[in-house]
Ligand binder design. Structure first.
Ligand code: CA
Length: 510
């Protein structure tokens, strides 16, 4: 990965046996699995092991050249202190603008653009989930066929809303997350709520007056009043009365959504969230560098693109604060890292709790190595802003959306940030998908892309085999984003694979 590295990874399918001789004369002393590291030179005990020109650990014992360098041979370095970091010290030359790229999207009153035209039913509390699920099935079966321009109907089900310390300071995170998801560009500003009645998260607290953009002057009066179906209303006699109420209200929104049509929109209207999950040692070699190149293309096109995953950027914090556009942005990054450090400390763990058995089987020895491969998704542009968890992104350019690395929580928080396209890289493989936005899945290895040929949208493993360059793959992904934003279905959409919304709730439950 870098000329100063003293390890490299074996790219070959199935790994390589002991005794393998490389062109430069290096001989493998051990069998090395695919994606795992081999020492390029003799490394003495106590010496640094470098990958991506970063110290990913120190050698616990002497490691002769040609050895399999696995996690048990490495002592992980301490996390970089958050004091004395370089703050907005790098001034990268501005990237040349990229003009003329468009996609066909749904324009919204607030200026945002949807990639799908979906009726979302917001729920205030988990108690109503079964009723909403029942109603959504009826709407799909009976109403959607009458509204051919509406793509889908989705119940925004979650585990929050009651039995929680709703006045705890950190409760703002799940509440604003749910609020901002309801306002995601893919829902066209049509907000309807199903409430139980007695829950702590009352509809007016979730969606206070004024937060829903007025989409049409004719509807201004109607929109001043939040559209809520309350199951405990005295008017409801019997279950079917509740279902009828939900279907009746759904019709009002479906009528308006059905009038919408796709229109050509500039690529600058894309709001893309990138994340990775089920990572392996190829993530930082193939898929994530290609995403990073595409991230730069998005920035050049004037779009919004966000990367996330606190524990996966923590070890590269000095690179990121240096790349912040202003000292204020760098300080906001440090603030989010510090908050998360203390959050983890409360649970008596640190960032090293991030790595999974699959990451390690895939060759990633520890979180430092994983982080260096993860951070590459952010490309090279200056970081223009920081989006705290659950907040909506309001800026163009490259943003850092502070979220846990957990795939479903990161996806949920990026939805709240307002993404209209989600890009997900994976080495081990995951069937991850969201009902609310299309998810483009990028395989880090061709072996995975071949086996999961009807789940992976793009094979970035072709970078490792030499069939394509990072730049070519980045362009292919960029064009795929435009096509998917214009309505092309991803594999997860084809099979209707949808993960649950998982709200990040650092506040206590009661
Ligand atoms: Ca993740």
């Amino acid at each position: 990965m870098h000329a100063a590295d003293n390890v490299a990874i074996v790219a070959n399918d199935g790994g390589l046996p002991a005794g393998t001789v490389f062109a430069d004369g290096l001989v493998l002393l051990d069998k090395v699995p695919q994606g795992h590291k081999v020492s390029l030179v003799d490394i003495a005990a106590g010496e640094s092991v470098r990958r991506y020109n970063v110290v990913i650990g120190t050698a616990i014992r002497d490691i002769p050249a040609g050895s399999w360098v696995h996690e048990r041979l490495l002592q992980m370095p301490q996390a970089r202190s958050l004091v004395g970091l370089p703050m907005a010290t790098e001034k990268p030359a501005p990237l040349p603008p990229l003009e003329g790229y468009t996609f066909d999207g749904y324009r919204n009153a607030d200026g945002s653009v949807g990639s799908r035209n979906i009726l979302a039913i917001t729920t205030t509390v988990q108690c109503v989930a079964g009723v909403v699920e029942f109603a959504v099935k009826r709407i799909k079966d009976e109403l959607l066929p009458q509204y051919p321009h509406v793509d889908d109907v989705v119940g925004l089900e979650h585990s929050y809303g009651c039995g929680v310390a709703i006045d705890a300071p950190d409760a703002v995170i799940p509440i604003r997350t749910l609020r901002n998801i309801s306002l995601n560009p893919n829902f066209g500003g049509e907000v309807m709520v199903v409430s139980l009645g007695c829950e702590k998260l009352q509809p007016e607290r979730l969606l206070p007056p004024g937060v829903i953009p007025i989409s049409d002057q004719r509807d201004a009066q109607a929109q001043e009043k939040l559209d809520v179906v309350c199951l405990q209303d005295a008017g409801h006699v019997g279950f079917m009365s509740m279902i009828d109420s939900i279907l009746r209200q759904a019709r009002v929104h479906l009528e308006r959504l059905n009038q919408r049509r796709r229109e050509p929109c500039p690529a600058s209207s894309l709001v893309v969230g990138v994340q990775c999950g089920g990572s392996d040692a190829f993530s930082g070699v193939t898929a994530n560098p290609a995403v990073g190149f595409a991230t730069d293309l998005l920035v050049r096109a004037g779009a919004t693109v966000m990367f996330s995953e606190v524990t996966e950027v923590r070890d590269g914090i000095d690179q990121l604060t240096a790349r912040a556009a202003t000292p204020e942005v760098a300080e906001a990054m440090v603030r989010e890292m510090a908050w998360y450090d203390s959050y983890l400390e409360r649970g008596k763990v640190d960032r090293s709790a991030n790595t999974t058995p699959g990451n390690k089987a895939g060759g990633l020895s520890n979180i430092v190595e994983k982080a260096m491969g993860s951070i590459i998704k952010s490309g090279t542009a200056p970081i223009m802003g920081v989006v705290p968890p659950g907040e909506r992104a309001l800026q163009k350019g490259l943003l850092y959306a502070a979220t846990p690395a957990s795939d479903f929580i990161c996806g949920t928080l990026q939805l709240a940030a307002g993404i209209n396209v989600h890009v997900f890289t994976t080495g081990r493989g995951t069937p991850y998908g969201l009902a609310e936005v299309p998810v483009i899945k990028v395989a880090t290895r061709s072996d995975l892309a071949r086996r999961w040929h009807d789940l992976m949208d793009l094979d970035a493993g072709r970078i490792a085999t030499g069939e394509m360059t990072i730049e070519q793959m980045g362009w292919e992904l960029f064009h795929m984003m435009l096509a998917v934003a214009s309505g092309k279905k991803t594999w997860a959409e084809h099979w209707k694979l949808h993960n649950a919304l998982v709200l990040f709730n650092p506040a206590p439950v009661t």
